[in-house]
Design a protein around this ligand. Structure first.
Ligand code: AMP
Ligand code: GLY
Length: 430
């Protein structure tokens, strides 16, 4: 296969790493990629939303499959763009079309979809600036804390959780009347707050059948003990100890199957990954959100646990023969610790030289915000790299990752020291 992978984060490095192991890979290009992806293929200087540039590259390089990492090009309709253009309509796109990507692109669409198919999720109401007063009344009838969500994509910042009714009303007005998140908040979903522990589940689907991938838990806050600002994710573990077989069965029967069936019943063709952001409330799973792509940093622990050839699965998606493909997993645990630039998720400096990468033997370093500079690697983002390790259990995997983190240096680096601790403690109490 001749692949173009879109994206530049740790997720894309993990996907590139996995695809490079496939016996059916002929050529791999990554646009725009990072200093890690270039170990497995050729980086191409193209933006993920430059559809015309992508088309030109695909034709010139005889690409047969485009694998889409991030949500933006999917929500912007890259799959539809390919399908509509005769010159490239035979090229497979691994990622849903614009309509299907609304599961992530519009919170209101996702909530309505879940309601239609009886998929457990928080109670909600959707409001616009014309129904601001009704929005206030809805808030008044709820209990604190209050959850407000911009309907559209807001770079992961569109969810606000507020402790007082006063703040909630004021933020609702900011979002609806003062376009706090631009167009993304022209509609706002107000949700019941669900109290529980989150986890992420993933499937790959060809629109007909689906295959489950291992579940994972990510750590979104910058500070230890889940404190401080939200980030893109500071680490991840897989498996998730509290997700025992009974709980995983509930997820499959109450959430995954109704989602796949619901899409089919509504004639929405979905080809690609579905990410279920879930919360465990008293041993019952609820959907917090859908994403139309893999998670980051979850991919950096989920994909290393996939034993099967990922390109075989992608071929199954492209030709709607996924159910005939084999999927196997590594029984070992995997843990990723994210090293970030000091100051992140606030302002931080880029361009710091990274030392010690060549000394790592116990872990896989998945680059996120890095760029090559001749023979050296420089930081180029907030999340710099995910240090992933295997272990017979999470404890072993984490110990290895932290050992490797200690050997990697760049100025003002930071990381969370408590990845996985909460779920391991919960497990040992059982
Ligand atoms: P989202 O972008 O929808 O994933 O929301 C971001 C984060 O806000 C989630 O990962 C949760 O931690 C939190 N969150 C979202 N919705 C709810 C809810 N209904 N109840 C509690 N926490 C929530
Ligand atoms: N780790 C959460 C996400 O990728 O959205």
């Amino acid at each position: 296969m001749r692949i173009l992978l879109l994206g530049s984060g740790g997720r894309e490095h993990a996907l590139a790493w996995k695809m490079a192991q496939s016996s059916i890979l002929e050529a791999l290009f990554i646009a725009p990629g990072n200093a890690g992806t270039m170990q497995h293929g050729t980086n191409v200087d193209l933006s993920v939303n430059d559809f015309k540039g992508i088309k030109k590259f695909v034709l010139e390089n005889d690409i047969d499959t485009v694998v889409v990492g991030p949500e933006d090009p999917l929500v912007n309709g890259i799959a539809d763009f390919f399908e509509a253009d005769e010159a490239i309509s035979k090229v497979a796109v691994i990622g849903p079309n614009k309509e299907a990507a609304q599961l992530e692109g519009s919170k209101d669409f996702a909530k309505k979809f879940m309601k239609r198919h009886n998929i457990p999720t928080a109670k909600y109401g959707t409001f616009t600036k014309d129904t601001l007063k009704e929005g206030y009344a809805f808030l008044e009838a709820m209990k604190a804390p209050y959850v407000l969500k911009a309907d559209g994509l807001a770079a992961g910042k569109g969810v606000l959780i507020l402790d007082t009714l006063k703040e909630a009303k004021s933020e609702l007005k900011n979002m609806l009347s003062d376009a706090k998140f631009g167009d993304a908040s022209s509609r706002v979903v107000i949700e019941q707050f669900l109290d529980g522990v989150e986890l992420s589940c993933f499937v790959i689907t060809d629109g007909d059948g689906y295959k489950k991938l291992p579940e994972a838990k990510d750590y979104k806050r910058i500070g230890e003990g889940d404190t401080g600002l939200n980030t893109g994710g500071m680490g991840a573990v897989s498996p998730v100890p509290f997700a025992n077989p009974t709980f995983l069965d509930k997820i499959e029967n109450q959430i995954i199957i109704p989602t796949i069936k619901g899409l089919k019943a509504e004639g929405i063709s979905y080809k690609g990954f579905i990410f279920f952001g879930l919360i465990n409330v008293k041993n019952e799973p609820y959907v917090i959100e859908y994403n139309c792509r893999m998670g980051d940093p979850e991919t950096e622990v989920v994909i290393p646990r996939l034993k099967s050839d990922i390109l075989d699965l992608f071929e199954g998606v492209a030709t709607t023969t996924l159910s005939e493909r084999d999927i196997r997993f590594d029984e070992r645990s995997a843990a990723a610790v994210m090293m970030v630039s000091g100051g992140y998720p606030g302002s931080y400096k880029k361009g710091k030289q990274i030392y010690g990468l060549n000394t790592i033997s116990d872990s896989i370093v998945f680059h996120a915000g890095t760029k090559p500079d001749g023979p050296v690697v420089l930081t180029s983002g907030g999340r710099v790299m995910a240090v992933t390790s295997y272990g017979k259990d999470l404890e072993t995997a984490l110990k290895r990752s932290y050992g490797s983190v200690d050997k990697i240096e760049f100025k003002d680096s930071a990381f969370r020291k408590d990845i996985g601790l909460d779920v391991m403690k919960k497990n040992s109490k059982k």
